[in-house]
Design a protein around this ligand. Structure first.
Ligand SMILES: [Cu+2]
Length: 158
């Protein structure tokens, strides 16, 4: 006999999944809070922030991010590490694993998507596309709005 409580849990899970589908869902990956920080006109690098939620029952690994060559030469996944008193950025070449129903947060001071070799500065109000590639999930293309940063710059350049 299936315990009554576990049946409730299953029903609640199904309800959660179906109610989530009204949001901008892409096949189980939910991407939100997407923005790129506006840069000065001659900037060579830019940073993109986002929240990546995995609604699957299996881990999904973000392995690469692609950007159009009209925007930048490449997009890298970076993390921020302390080297003594100095904040440094390091490429996360192994990708970012997101556990079942877990979230990966790309936010100032931590992980971010680094745009290398910008063709021009990122201006407030503009937008561009990024394509996220996963190991066991279809690629997802997102639109990234450029926003002015009001919290002051904490992002260190290479
Ligand atoms: Cu970086």
């Amino acid at each position: 006999m299936v315990p009554f409580l576990s049946r409730i849990a299953v029903a609640a899970t199904l309800l959660l999944v179906s109610s989530h589908s009204v949001f901008a869902h892409t096949q189980g990956m939910h991407i939100s809070n997407v923005y790129a920080r506006a840069t000065f006109p001659m900037a060579a690098t830019g940073a993109v922030y986002l929240s990546l939620m995995n609604h699957h029952n299996e881990a999904v690994t973000l392995v690469a991010i692609d950007v159009a060559s009209s925007v930048a030469q490449e997009a890298q996944i970076h993390t921020t590490v302390m080297d003594g008193d100095v904040m440094r950025m390091r490429e996360v070449a192994e990708g970012v694993k997101i556990g079942p129903h877990g979230t990966a947060l790309f936010a100032p001071g931590g992980m971010h998507v680094m745009l290398m070799g910008l063709t021009k500065g990122l201006n407030d109000g503009e937008s561009f596309e990024l394509t996220l590639t996963f190991d066991n999930h279809d690629p997802v293309t997102i639109t990234v709005p450029v926003k002015k940063d009001n919290q002051g710059s904490t992002h260190h350049h290479h």
